[in-house]
Design a protein around this ligand. Structure first.
Ligand SMILES: CC(C)(COP(=O)(O)OP(=O)(O)OC[C@H]1O[C@@H](n2cnc3c(N)ncnc32)[C@H](O)[C@@H]1OP(=O)(O)O)[C@@H](O)C(=O)NCCC(=O)NCCS
Length: 170
């Protein structure tokens, strides 16, 4: 079962469980604790026998790409807890998330920020890496994203020269 819920409407117990999983997965990574991240707008959860088997968040954002505004959906915290890995759950939830962002949210593209080792995983699902500067905001000012940025467009592959996420990153 896949449930897509407004982040603000998540039950506190579910939010606590997601926070616990996120902290366990990314809590020790310095860049993760040093950056101020955006609050999600939506959470997509795949339940298996009542347990969270995989999930991700969506951030709705107008981003600037080569001087034009795009309605984008940022994807973050795609996590499958260890005991559920390798069964295609992340692949499944990502496909459902893509349907939702294009069909329901009417996003023009998906954007995710990720580490090198995850690039092949997303490439299998038609995400592609951009090779341009990607700017985001922090309380201290604008910053450049140093790891990978991947895009998912519906039909045409775009090759931007400049991206501004227009707010906190995800
Ligand atoms: C990445 C992740 C979400 C995949 O979840 P999953 O449900 O096991 O994914 P699927 O079963 O759909 O696909 C598994 C594939 O992911 C790839 N993969 C997963 N983690 C990987 C890693 N760290 N490095 C390289 N490939 C990886 C493998 O190629 C694997 O393919 P295989 O089954 O043919 O071996 C999960 O491993 C996870 O939660 N990792 C830690 C959190 C994380 O890094 N999330 C990504 C944030 S951008």
């Amino acid at each position: 079962v896949i449930e897509i819920t407004r982040y603000s409407k998540l039950k506190q117990s579910v939010r606590d469980e997601l926070d616990r999983i996120i902290k366990g997965e990314f809590g020790h990574i310095p860049i993760v604790s040093e950056i101020t991240w955006a609050t999600p707008d939506w959470t997509v959860i795949l339940y298996k026998d009542g347990e969270i088997a995989t999930f991700c968040n969506i951030i709705e954002r107008t981003v600037m790409i080569d001087n034009r505004n795009f309605l984008a959906s940022g994807i973050n915290n795609l996590i499958t807890p260890e005991k559920f890995r390798g069964q295609g759950f992340a692949t499944h939830i990502l496909k459902e998330t893509e349907n939702f962002i294009f069909e329901n949210l009417k996003s023009e593209l998906g954007i995710l920020l990720c580490a090198d080792e995850l690039v092949p995983f997303y490439e299998r699902l038609k995400w592609y890496k951009v090779n341009c500067p990607v700017w985001f905001n922090q309380p201290t000012g604008a910053q450049l994203w140093k790891a990978n940025t991947m895009l998912r467009t519906k039909e045409i592959v775009i090759r931007p020269d400049h991206i501004d996420l227009g707010g906190l990153p995800w």
